[in-house]
Ligand binder design. Sequence first.
Ligand SMILES: *Cc1c(COP(=O)(O)O)cnc(C)c1O
Length: 435
Amino acid sequence: MSDERSRIVALDKRRIWHPYTPMDDYRARVDPLVVAGAKGSWLFDLDGRRYLDGNASWWVCALGHNHPRLVAALKRQADTLCHSSLAGATHEGAALLAEALCQVAPDGLEHVFFSDDGSTAVEVAMKLALQYWAQNGRPSRRRFVALDGAFHGETLGVTALGGVEVFRRPFAGVLLDCVHVPSPAEDRAYERAFEAIDRIVRRDSDEIAAVVLEPLVQGASGMQIYEPAYLRAVRTLCDTCDVFLVADEVFTGYGRTGVMWACQHGGVSPDLLCTAKGFSGGMLPMAATLTTSRIFEGFLGTPERAFYYGHSFCGNPLGAAVAREVLRIYEEDKVVEGVRARAPRIAKAFAEMADLPGVVRTRALGMVGALDLEGGAGYLAGAGWRVYEEARRRGAYLRPLGNVVYVAPPLIISDEDLMLLLSIVRESVAAVATR
Ligand SMILES: *Cc1c(COP(=O)(O)O)cnc(C)c1O
């Protein structure tokens, strides 16, 4: 290990409190990847080794790292305007971005509220739903419905929606009112899951502000994939009971599942749609919550009906310039079509891994492939980290979700790199299983 690397790791271990990381174990045992640079689908460490980025930098870099057009857009914007608020002011970048986003959004989403990241995009959706009902004749609607295994981010508000038990437990007793219903994913047949949500929403619709879900793929709980039919059924249920449907497309949006928005698999439009990650181009924190005209108009009238909310960086010019260039690249380079063309390779590779010893179950959709390892479910299980170590030795970065090993690479990964990534996954899983 080089001197420079040791110095950075020592400082890191002295000072940095890492996200989602048991720090005693990290400090005692983990030899972190020290990323010095990145390009496209590759990360480079300080010792000059390279690694395929199997999770697009925590799902953010859908267009890969340091896309030359995004870097250029950022630099151009930095020369003219780095910050402007949207408080009684506006700027070209935010206005053009909002227009471009509505052009590609599911039907009926006409207004854009900017915030910083995925968590705040969902937080905004929750507050909009609560305030809408409070001032539009249904003040008893204060509860949310979310799915078991759901993940919607980090703020205290959205933590209430989360269905991963270990993330919620420390905050028991102080979370907003949320009912969790069975997840429709995988072996839990979606019809049965739908019966449960149907019963609860019909019975308690006077108290329910919104149903919040990750359309088609529950990411953080282990890339759990479910049927579009469930989404359609929930949309109809929400229409019948006049309850809002919030689609958290922070992970699934921007082509990850083979269409621009995962909602489109079910042919549905939500009342509120949250986007971040791919939307940001992985350059600056940037997020948006899209709403219908009905919701927007529910905040008009007297001044106390306005939405008193706004982050200091909401719609910031640098992030907006990059996000606009992201949309241009999607259109000109046909990024989503590229996902559809390559998805079958991921599906095939993961289906074939089902036969490896130690693998319980596999699944894939679009640019996501996942497998469950034996040895217990749950976020704190250990076998996934052994696969991570094996993959790192072979030149890929594969952060697991407990015992779920998955790939969600940059959407622009080349065919050659994708095949390499998939073969590293296979070899690494096989190495752990036979050890
Ligand atoms: C990552 C994620 C979030 C939170 O986004 P941040 O940018 O990390 O705040 C919310 N919802 C889903 C579905 C996510 O995958």
